[in-house]
Design a protein around this ligand. Sequence first.
Ligand code: HEC
Ligand code: HEC
Length: 343
Amino acid sequence: MKVKKTICNYIYYYFNWVICVCKMKKGIFAISLIVLFLTIAAFSLQPSEKKIRTKAALGEKLFSEKMLSLDFRISCASCHIPQYAFADTVALSKGIGGRLTTRNTPSVLNMKNRPYFFWDGRAATLEEQALVPIANPDEMGLPIDEAVKRLNQSPEYSRLFKKIFGQKPNAKNLGAAFAAFEKTLETFDSKFDYWVDDKATLTAQEERGRQLFVGNKAKCFDCHRMEDFTNDEFRNIGLYDGESLNDKGRFLITGNEKDLGRFKVPGLRNVAATGPYMHDGRFKTLEQVVQYYNNPFMFVDNPLNMDSLLLTPLQLSNEDNADLVAFLKTLTDKRFLKVDSSN
Ligand code: HEC
Ligand code: HEC
């Protein structure tokens, strides 16, 4: 409001001055008008750039920047859709030229405390991770050198990087800006969090689901542990048989036989919004996920190297399934969801 008032004052004084001057000369009047419009344009352009003062704010802008893809059509947000908890709504996402990703797009919420990134953990830091999709031919398809060149050619980005990093855009500060933004995407505003703080009660069904989740019958907590519901380990839940299910997961990085078919245990915060599920996006609903855990052999005949925790069917009833799903839905932080007008 204050800024607006100052601008109005300026315009008011300016007009008074112009009226005085134009009484003297028509030429000066015309020039004054042009200068006035340029001043207004400068004032109206600056605020958006002015608002960007931190690495995280710059990273947020870059997250939706399509200039960082070969065909100027794809940004990080094309696959990590902010309104769907920064995940995609399809099993495999479309990169440049409609090319499909080889795995399901995970959410980028709650990345701050993760020790590895990607389903197979091939990146150790968010800074390093961010440059991979830009150069990946199935995703944004733009060599990093070219991406950095485009940013340097943009007067706006040149100014912003100079202001925030004291440097021209380069691969390192580009990765740092993305990482800074992603580290702000932490969830804490869910029913579950309020329950932890004694500020909300779970319904009877949600509470039954919670007990199943942490208990020995469903065993979810053995892997989906800690505050973000992941123990940050690589485990094989049976979605690898060396034939139709042929993604070797962590093995591709370590070459270690025991890592065959192991994938990063994903955090489950906001999971109700991030379907389809699993590294290949095979399950559309949480109910299907729980049915799978109940008896993986109903879905995969000969899983290889499957975790011993899942070898015996869990014997969950339909009611148990619904209870578990009800509990998982309490983990949703609505700040990262599509705003539904019916709510
Ligand atoms: C074309 C779709 C697509 C685009 C564009 C894309 N991503 Fe991803 N992202 C994926 C997929 C698919 C994975 C999982 C790949 C894998 O694990 O092999 C992933 C994984 C990630 C992860 C790791 C998440 C985890 O749980 O370990 C982060 C972080 C991430 N992307 C950030 C970004 C950033 C930053 C950008 C923009 C510079 C970006 N992504 C652009 C599809 C995309
Ligand atoms: C042995 C460890 C382990 C146990 C036990 C386990 N999970 Fe998982 N969970 C994983 C791993 C690993 C993945 C990813 C597997 C993949 O994509 O191939 C996963 C994936 C998921 C997903 C999909 C998340 C996403 O973003 O795609 C959900 C939902 C889930 N688990 C819920 C549960 C529930 C509910 C239970 C208890 C019934 C459970 N898990 C038990 C390790 C485990």
